[in-house]
Design a protein around this ligand. Structure first.
Ligand code: ATP
Length: 363
């Protein structure tokens, strides 16, 4: 008898505020595609706290470990422990945020055609290590500011945050960017950006590592811009870019800006990849201001699912899902309010689902 390959497993975390309104119909939609994937929802949040005494209990951590990937709805409050585990626990260092405009998306650009680049945000270090405290705690170090030419102790009371740019952290995410540029096979170009003129040691290091790795990829064009210059170019000449890699904080900010170029946060997906694990989530937060109204745009959530299907090896299904979403925007009659329409979240998911059926019947 041929051995039966067990189904793949994906952990689903529906998230908080408006996130479940996007996640629940999106997960149902992907389940209906009939792929050999089991979607499991381990306990999290208030329900987990009531039953197991913790918002993010051990069995949920174990379920993440045993799954092939996690599909993550944005969280706020104590369930954010799950996000910390998915990032630092699973070492998902490359936060990949594609910015691809589809005809029909309400971009503020006069000519959004050809808008198709990917921001890679280093996901684990920089200022996001959470190394903050009282300036007075650093007094014993006798530090002197290079720019202000003043002793730290002269600044008076205040707080500090440490920005760490490591060799290993930078190398692996920059290498990931070059490999992605090769795989995409589009412009075959990598841009490294940081504030290397002011932060010569830390951000300068990131850039230097970029240059060193670029030398290993002669088939990939390489350039580098100071982050503020990059931002201006991203808005005025977005078509110049292919894959752009940057430290964590800049990536967080620039990718929301890139979502704005597409037409809003509801359109921007992301996938966070490590060497052994990946999780997928919309680039937006929990959208608390629109919770409970069934109007959150599920496009970012669905496009993240398409990235996940590709990661899991379901390339055809990923392409089909992308195509079905693209058709909704091209056709333009079922759009959520953020895109100028009056459709609900579930109506948009239903429209994507219908397009999937049409494509299935055509093939
Ligand atoms: P975070 O800091 O976690 O990114 P945030 O609170 O800064 O979260 P979001 O939750 O992303 O930001 O929301 C910012 C604004 O964008 C809100 O007005 C929200 O309603 C809107 N928004 C975010 N995502 C969507 C979406 N999918 N559909 C419609 N509007 C959205």
């Amino acid at each position: 008898m041929p051995s039966q390959r067990p189904n793949q497993r994906v952990v689903v975390i529906d998230g908080d505020d408006a996130s479940p309104e996007a996640m629940i119909p999106s997960v149902s939609l992907v389940e209906s595609m009939g792929l050999a994937i089991d979607f499991v929802r381990p306990p999290i949040g208030e329900a987990a706290k009531a039953e197991f005494g913790e918002y993010f209990p051990d069995q949920t951590r174990d379920a993440i470990d045993q799954a092939d990937a996690t599909w993550f709805g944005s969280t706020s409050g104590p369930t954010t422990a799950a996000l910390f585990y998915l990032r630092w626990g699973k070492q998902t260092y490359a936060n990949v945020r594609p910015c691809e405009w589809m005809p029909g998306m309400k971009s503020p650009l006069a000519q959004p055609e050809g808008l198709d680049f990917v921001i890679i945000r280093e996901n684990l270090e920089d200022l996001y290590l959470g190394l903050e405290g009282e300036l007075s705690d650093l007094a014993g170090l006798n530090l002197t500011s290079r720019n202000a030419r003043a002793a730290l102790s002269d600044l008076g009371p205040g707080k500090y945050a440490i920005k760490a740019i490591t060799e290993r952290g930078s190398e692996r995410v920059i290498r990931f960017a070059f490999e992605l540029a090769r795989k995409r096979g589009k412009k075959k170009k990598v841009t490294v950006t940081s504030k290397y003129n002011m932060l010569r040691v830390s951000d300068g290091y990131f850039r230097e590592i970029g240059k060193e790795i670029a030398a290993e990829y002669p088939d990939i064009e390489f350039d580098t811009y100071i982050i503020d210059d990059f931002l201006c170019r991203m808005i005025t000449k977005p078509g110049d870019f292919d894959v752009i890699v940057m430290p964590n904080l800049y990536g967080d900010i620039m990718s929301d800006g890139a979502a704005g170029l597409l037409g809003g946060l509801g359109l921007a997906p992301s996938g966070c990849y490590g060497d052994d694990y990946a999780y997928f989530e919309s680039a937006h937060g929990t959208a608390p201001d629109i919770a409970g109204r069934n109007i959150i745009n599920p496009t970012a959530t669905l496009l993240s699912a398409a990235m996940m299907l590709d990661y899991l090896g379901h390339t055809d299904a990923s392409d089909a899902l992308n195509h079905a979403i693209r058709e909704v925007y091209r056709e333009g009659s079922v759009l959520t309010p953020d895109q100028g329409g009056s459709a609900t979240t579930t109506e948009l998911c239903d429209a994507v689902s219908r397009n999937l059926q049409v494509r299935k019947s055509e093939t």
